[in-house]
Write a protein that binds this ligand. Structure first.
Ligand code: ES4
Ligand code: ZN
Length: 326
């Protein structure tokens, strides 16, 4: 129908996509073969069958295992290129892509290999695919702040190849305060700042992401509705929420898509927008998130326009880039 066509074809920004979460089972098997890495699953089907999650941690365990097949710069390029081709097909004109260097450097893969392959894919995507893509370096919050500081140090020679820093992985028990110093250093370097908060964790984590980390966007933030004063602040300050509906259902944050609170977030006047998070693991890329969420919540063309506009407002693209993206 007309609404589905509008939603699929309208230009969109995607601001919450973990590149390691775009690694499809088929590519995991190709890379395992290429690199002589053995997998604990006999087939693509058996691996996909293991994608049944009960919470964030049950997903992260298998997500970090899947990333173990990435070894060469070409592997990182191939993973990012596959995502960028999907992005173009879904009408994405701007993508801000998270990557988790510590997942790779802890296995002995050099930082330069990781960022080299990813940045080359982003560079080529602009001309070849018409997708304006940028990288955001995420720190793993289950590791120490010292490890995050060492990672930022390693990244300094590549300062011009990423636009900002984020905070991801296991949320509960690892509050934003743990990363105050590394985010202050990133801010001094002129890097943009985002943080996962209020996915499974409490509204207090959203507040400290803003107050302590000086986060400019909140990734997820769906728990904010539990705290009306926080909602008022997010609205007044126009803090964007990068919401990921299929992710939230797969990780049991909401029982099903019809129970998702995206409509309430928009009705509250918040700058919420839709993203895919880890599309290879959560059942779909951006357009599937849009189409299924619109059907489940009965959203209309006004919501489509609002969500797309919120995405471009929330983007870190320069005003000149934004004009070209839309
Ligand atoms: C993630 Cl859904 C989600 N939450 C937190 N950290 C992550 N890393 C990759 N996907
Ligand atoms: Zn995420």
């Amino acid at each position: 129908p007309a609404l589905e066509r509008l939603v699929r074809t309208m230009p969109k920004a995607e601001l919450h996509i973990h590149i390691e979460g775009s690694l499809e089972p088929e590519l995991i098997f190709v890379l395992a073969q290429r690199n002589g890495v053995s997998l604990p699953y006999p087939s693509v089907e058996a691996l996909r069958a293991a994608y049944a999650f009960t919470d964030l941690q049950s997903f992260l365990d298998i997500y970090y295992a899947g990333a173990g097949v990435l070894v060469t710069e070409q592997d990182f390029f191939d993973m990012a290129w596959a995502y960028l081709e999907r992005a173009r097909a879904d009408g994405i004109t701007r993508a801000e892509i998270f990557f988790d260097p510590q997942t790779h450097t802890e296995r002995g893969v050099p930082f330069s290999t990781v960022i080299g392959g990813l940045a080359r894919a982003c560079d080529e995507a602009r001309g070849a695919l018409g997708v304006n893509a940028a990288l955001i370096l995420c720190f793993l919050r289950h590791l120490s702040e010292e490890a995050a500081l060492a990672t930022l140090e390693q990244a300094l020679p590549y300062r011009d190849r990423f636009i900002g820093v984020g905070l991801d992985s296991s949320e509960v028990g690892h509050p934003p305060e743990k990363f105050a110093r590394v985010f202050a250093k990133a801010r001094d370097l002129g890097l943009r700042r985002v943080a996962h908060a209020g996915e499974e964790g409490p509204p207090a984590y959203i507040r400290s992401a803003l107050d302590v980390l000086h986060a400019e966007r909140i990734d997820h933030g769906v728990q904010s509705l539990k705290d009306p004063a926080l909602v008022a602040r997010l609205k007044a300050e126009r803090i964007p929420l990068t919401v990921c509906p299929l992710s939230n259902v797969k990780l049991c944050v909401f029982e099903d898509l019809s129970r998702h609170n995206l409509r309430e977030l928009l009705d509250a006047g918040l700058v919420a927008m839709i993203n895919s998070d880890d599309p290879a693991y959560f059942g779909g890329y951006l357009n599937r998130n849009f189409v299924e969420t619109f059907a489940a919540l009965g959203l209309d063309a006004g919501h489509a326009y609002r969500l797309a506009r919120n995405g471009f407002e929330a983007s870190f693209a320069t005003p000149e880039e934004k004009a070209a993206d839309i």
